[in-house]
Design a protein around this ligand. Structure first.
Ligand SMILES: C[S@@+](CC[C@H](N)C(=O)[O-])C[C@H]1O[C@@H](n2cnc3c(N)ncnc32)[C@H](O)[C@@H]1O
Length: 286
């Protein structure tokens, strides 16, 4: 697939705009396309507020190493197209674009996408940036690979999101967006760590749900309107459940490794490790 042109809306995006319920295309490059609209989710509001400071998180310093890891595991040369689900400030997408990959980043937060757009401009690379809830994303062409990193959209639940349905839909949408055989890397939250961290009082106080491994917690952030407390829900996973969910959505899992942001390793996850990383590929046809 040809690299998106830098100075005008690419044929891919023009097509995309007519077929995917696109609301606006910014006439700049890298550009942000809005695929679908729904009421703001709490994660969208949270990441909009966090966006200007996100790159201050210490784990972002490992981005180049993580991209080396991604390239080794995907096993694809530059020129291939990669979908980055929950791309955030585009830290992986930009580094991959620098190495010749054709990157499409999807994110629910305009604030994070705007940071990605600015950073890509500074880096001098073209990115297709799409504002969409990953639960609803649809593409009119297939990608050669996908990544969903540092949770991305996965495991981050809105107030009314169903703990099972949300992530199954995301996996299905990723599978549909990929070519047969395409590799996929998912980094998400380790349910064993959550189970070991919480106790029965936390269950009584609804901080932790032992049935779904969902944690409910608050985060305080400075927003343009002053300090705001966000109540957030995050889901943990055990490897066997993830493998099953992957299989139900047409993926075969090759590796399950420890994958806490900033510290990916090719070893089984530590019981107290925050993250877990899966390397898989799409098995069947369409
Ligand atoms: C922890 S950040 C990770 C960003 C990036 N992948 C990284 O490694 O730095 C999670 C990202 O997922 C996005 N996100 C959360 N829920 C989403 C959803 N349902 N659909 C699309 N993006 C979502 C957030 O806006 C945020 O940018």
């Amino acid at each position: 697939m040809a690299k998106p042109k830098r100075s005008s809306v690419s044929p891919f995006l023009q097509e995309f705009a007519t077929q995917c319920n696109v609301f606006s295309i910014r006439g700049c490059d890298p550009r942000i396309t809005v695929m679908n609209k729904r009421d703001k989710s709490i994660w969208e509001e949270y990441f909009d507020a966090h966006a200007p400071d996100y790159m201050d998180n210490s784990f972002t310093r490992a981005t180049k190493d993580e991209v080396n890891f991604i390239i080794e595991e995907l096993g694809l040369p530059g020129g291939n197209s990669i979908l980055d689900v929950g791309c955030g400030t585009g830290r992986h997408s930009i580094e991959l674009a620098k190495r010749g990959y054709i990157m499409t980043g999807v994110d629910i937060s305009s604030g994070m996408l705007e940071e990605a757009r600015k950073a890509a401009e500074v880096a001098g690379v073209g990115l297709n940036l799409v504002k969409s809830d990953a639960v609803q994303m649809v593409f009119d062409h297939k990608f050669d690979a996908a990544v969903c990193l540092c949770e991305g959209a996965f495991a981050l639940l809105g107030e009314s999101d169903d703990a099972y349905d949300h992530d199954m839909r995301i996996l299905n949408n990723i599978a549909v967006a990929l070519k047969p055989g395409a590799p996929f890397i998912l980094e998400t939250l380790n349910g064993l760590q959550k189970a070991r961290h919480f106790n029965n009082d936390d269950v009584k106080n609804r901080k932790f749900d032992p049935l779904t491994l969902v944690e409910t917690f608050t985060m305080e952030l400075e927003t343009p309107e002053g300090k705001r407390v966000f109540t957030l829900r995050e889901r943990g996973y055990i490897a066997s459940e993830l493998i099953l969910m992957m299989e139900l959505n047409g993926f075969s899992v090759k590796h399950v490794w420890g994958g806490t942001a900033g510290n990916w390793r090719r070893e089984i996850p530590d019981m107290d490790e925050i993250g877990i990383l899966l390397v898989a590929h799409k098995t069947g046809g369409e």
